[in-house]
Design a protein around this ligand. Structure first.
Ligand SMILES: Cc1cc2nc3c(=O)[nH]c(=O)nc-3n(C[C@H](O)[C@H](O)[C@H](O)COP(=O)(O)OP(=O)(O)OC[C@H]3O[C@@H](n4cnc5c(N)ncnc54)[C@H](O)[C@@H]3O)c2cc1C
Length: 537
């Protein structure tokens, strides 16, 4: 509701203020919902895709659902948890005190208002996270635990080399620590780095670890208490923890997270429906193709194009929220005095694209030692002969992710760039590579494959190397545009999880509401870099 100001005359029709929101991902939809519920500003959300959710959408293929990257819903923010649960209440049968969202050795108990779900399918499931590393045809716990079991799995020779190289790294750390490779070696020793960190990191970023700055590691890799790990390893030789609750186990190994039955997109579809119900506008398959300034420090309108008809329009507004990549935002700006230096930095920002192959199969060869099905949500593939980086087991995320419960629905993930020949191959050929690779490491039999789907995702990861080192100049420039709010992940070129993306949108709306012109608080969200999706950790 708009609070009437002293200057408003009753009976005078007050012109409704408008906000254009570029992108219907978590940040854009959060901004729209917050505007609708806290201000009298009408949001118009413009989305190029055919569906909402952005990177957090669910792709539905004949009832089999793909979650791009596997989106766990977790947050240290009570506000975010409560926000999610107002749309999809907690699954029945779960007590409030069980809602411990555990992440990287931190446990948060989130207060929330319990509401009974109106529809049993419209809830948040509480799921246990399980992920392992597939290395030399064995499954290793992830996060890695320096335990007796790990050393046993690696064998005596490899284990001895790992221990010795770890001790060597502790006694003679590489100095100065300038590259990510040196960062890893100083913390884990050369052998462990080469076994579990090098290849995966290089697959994700396509840059050798010795060319990535060490500061990247400090931001991305949590501090491991190696003394505790060694203590745990020694203890595990004598005491085997077989309890189900694993009370003595590091909480990072028994994490829980929230998850909608039909994948993350279910949340964003629900939010989008509420936005429309409350009077917001949502334009799908419409791209923002240009940003029109006033030759000063304000944006006046955006150019849009209906991607179905090719019809172009220009839409004016009072406020502009952008979740489109910073590179494209600057590139499409007109009549804004963008300094050449800013254009150059923004133009050189880099991204990593991502491709996932959904495979529907009768069964998986990959099983536990006792022959039972593996229950992992995802598995890292540590094999230099394969291009695949990670394997999602969607049927383990939620039963709702698969159409026929008797089958298995997995996603083979490839980190690549859209310019790479692999990305440009026809879908059939990409799917054939994925099936072949999974067969080569005995995950499945190609004869049991029933169907495949290829999903390409551009700009999944904003990169922190190259021009990024000068990004603060772009940030300073964007802050000078009074009515522009860059929010979210690519909108801020920040490695934001969906909760961070949402918090940036919430902070932007709060600033508008309070008249705060300083945007520092928005950029400060997620600078502590404590938790992120797993791809790079
Ligand atoms: C592999 C992977 C795994 C992840 N795992 C997790 C996880 O476990 N938990 C978690 O919380 N987060 C996770 N994330 C992060 C999460 O996906 C993002 O934080 C979140 O989706 C960002 O929201 P956003 O709205 O800023 O941007 P996006 O989700 O990128 O949405 C932006 C939207 O803007 C649209 N758009 C862009 N340009 C234009 C234009 N010119 N005109 C119109 N529309 C445009 C796009 O089509 C898109 O829909 C993961 C991300 C990846 C890539």
């Amino acid at each position: 509701m708009r609070v009437l100001q002293s200057g408003d005359r009753l009976g005078t029709r007050v012109r409704m203020k408008k906000a254009i929101i570029i992108g219907a991902g978590p940040a854009g939809l959060t901004a729209a919902y917050e505007l609708l519920t806290k201000t009298d500003i009408v949001p118009i959300v413009i989305e190029a895709d055919t569906q909402v959710g952005g990177l957090s959408k669910t792709v539905d293929y004949h009832g089999n659902k793909i979650d791009i990257g596997g989106h766990r819903f977790f947050s240290k923010s009570d506000k975010v948890i409560a926000w999610w649960l107002q749309f999809l209440p907690l699954q029945p049968g779960f007590e409030a005190e069980q809602l411990h969202i555990q992440y990287q050795n931190k446990t948060a108990v989130h207060p929330f208002v319990r509401t009974a779900p109106a529809n049993p399918d419209e809830v948040m499931l509480v799921r246990k996270r399980k992920s392992r590393i597939y290395y030399h045809r064995k499954l290793f716990d992830y996060p890695l635990r320096l335990s007796f079991h790990l050393l046993q799995q690696l064998g005596l020779l490899k284990s001895t080399r790992i221990c010795l190289s770890y001790l060597y790294a502790k006694l003679f750390p590489l100095k100065p620590e300038e590259t990510l490779e040196q960062f890893f070696i100083n913390r884990f020793g050369r052998e462990l780095y080469k076994t579990f960190f090098k290849e995966y990191t290089e697959k994700v970023w396509c840059v050798p670890c010795n060319q990535i700055p060490a500061s990247w590691g400090k931001q991305r890799v949590k501090n491991l208490d190696i003394t505790r790990l060694i203590g745990h390893a020694i203890r595990s030789i004598f005491v085997r923890d077989t309890s189900i609750d694993q009370k003595d186990t590091s909480t990072s190994l028994i994490e829980q997270f929230l998850y909608p039955p039909f994948g993350p997109g279910q949340m964003w579809e629900k939010v989008a429906a509420e936005i429309v119900k409350k009077g917001g506008q949502l334009l799908l398959q419409t791209a923002v193709t240009g940003i029109q300034g006033d030759n000063g420090h304000r944006i006046v309108s955006v150019d849009t194009m209906d991607l179905r008809t090719g019809v172009k329009t220009n839409q004016e507004a009072d406020y502009f929220f952008s979740t489109m990549p910073v590179k494209e935002l600057i590139d499409t700006s007109r009549d804004l005095p963008v300094p050449d230096e800013i254009k150059k930095i923004a133009g050189a920002l880099q991204y990593r694209d991502f491709l996932i192959v959904g495979i529907l199969t009768d069964d998986l060869l990959l099983k536990e030692k006792d022959g039972t099905q593996v229950s992992d949500n995802w598995i890292y593939i540590q094999d230099s002969n394969l291009k695949a980086g990670r394997l999602q087991l969607f049927h383990n995320w939620s039963p709702g992710m698969i159409a026929e419960p008797a089958s298995k629905w997995i996603g083979v993930e490839y980190f690549c760039n859209e310019t790479e020949p692999f990305w440009q191959l026809p879908d059939k050929e990409i799917a054939a590579v994925a099936v072949r690779e999974m067969e080569s490491i005995s995950v499945l039999k190609s004869s049991s494959v029933k169907d495949t789907l290829v999903v390409r995702v551009k700009k999944a990861y904003p990169s922190y190397y190259g021009a990024y080192q000068d990004f603060s100049r772009v940030q300073d420039y964007l802050n000078t545009i009074e009515n522009l709010y860059p929010v979210g992940r690519n909108g801020m070129h920040r490695y934001n999880n969906s909760d961070h993306s949402m918090l940036t949108a919430m902070a932007a709306v709060e600033n508008i509401l309070s008249g705060n012109k300083d945007k520092t608080n928005i950029w400060e969200i997620n600078t502590e870099e404590e938790y992120h999706e797993e791809a790079s950790s």
